[in-house]
Design a protein around this ligand. Structure first.
Ligand code: THG
Length: 284
């Protein structure tokens, strides 16, 4: 299945049979004090610079998250989306939990963005899906509801089905849905990774739908988080993961993605792997 996204100049397909689509995560003030204070001043220079750097490093979609405790998201998100669209030609993932900020951002976002995200909560489905339909976007469906993130895989699969059904009721096709099964930390519960991998396997096999994982929650509270994150990504790709929100400037994670694409038969003649190696793991 192919989920088509469009930027101002490029079309990207998240494809259950294709290489992993890397969504750049770096436009996000959480844990980045410098970006947070620039955003609070309405200074978009770091947003522009991070968009350009991530595309140069191989990101094919740019996630834009400007959430902050002091609110302003309704004015900052459209501004950040316009800044990214002016700086790079790739599709944008509009990352917000605020329906009003989302509506304002979609009104100015060119192409066909990826809405990040809707949950299986009734209030989220009814607020977000009409916007997705109206603007002809694709949408990430998070496997959580009023009770939170289910610990087991089978309840996450049920929530994925609920989102797919609700989207169909709003006239949104399954090809425009990307399911995020979410990851809890293995530091708190050593069955956490297995549950997420099982959810990816079941959702992609039974529905044929595209999947995405973000963040690095899996390793929270543990040492050598990069090692855990890269190992988990390799396993998730083997389970059928088709896209991931990650830091493309982290060369080690980018190398893992390239090696796994090759090992999963998604890099004919090892062309991309060899080319990236020859480029010193820079540029695609
Ligand atoms: N699923 C979906 N969307 C998401 C997430 C997800 N969006 C947000 C998040 N999770 C993915 N994005 C980030 C962005 C930044 C970081 C992690 C995930 C991050 N920031 C460092 C910190 O907080 O310490 C800053 C480190 C640095 O300066 O480089 O780790 O799961 N659909």
């Amino acid at each position: 299945m192919r989920t088509i996204l469009r930027g101002t100049g490029t079309e990207v397909a998240i494809d259950t049979d294709g290489p992993l689509v890397v969504v750049g995560e770096r436009i996000n003030p959480s844990g980045r004090k410098r970006m947070a204070s620039a955003l609070a001043r309405g200074d978009m220079s770091s947003v522009r610079d991070e968009a350009i750097a991530q595309v140069q490093a191989g990101a094919r979609v740019i996630d834009v998250n400007v959430s902050s405790p002091d609110g302003q998201e309704e004015s900052l998100l459209p501004l950040a989306v316009q800044t990214v669209a002016a700086a790079v030609d790739v599709p944008i993932a509009v990352d917000t939990s605020s329906p009003t900020a989302l509506a304002a951002a979609l009104a100015v976002c060119p192409g066909k963005p990826l809405v990040n995200s809707v949950t299986a909560e009734a209030s989220s489905l009814s607020a977000i899906l009409p916007l997705v339909r109206e603007h002809g976007c694709a949408v990430i469906g998070l496997c959580l509801d009023e009770a939170g993130i289910p610990v087991d895989a089978s309840t996450r699969v049920e929530l994925a089905l609920k989102i797919i059904q609700a989207a169909a009721d709003h006239g949104i096709g399954v090809e425009d849905i990307v399911i995020d099964p979410l990851a809890l930390t293995v530091g708190a519960d050593t069955t956490a990774a297995v549950a997420t991998l099982e959810a990816i396997r079941t959702i992609s096999a039974s529905q044929g739908v595209n999947t995405i994982l973000g963040g690095s929650n899996i390793s929270f509270g543990l040492p050598d988080r990069g090692l855990i994150n890269r190992s988990f990504l390799a396993m998730a790709m083997a389970a059928g993961l088709s896209s991931s929100i990650l830091d493309p400037l982290d060369v080690e994670i980018f190398k893992t993605v390239s090696a796994c694409d090759l090992l999963l038969g998604r890099d004919e003649y090892a062309m991309r792997f060899v080319q990236r190696y020859q480029n010193g793991w820079r540029l695609t």
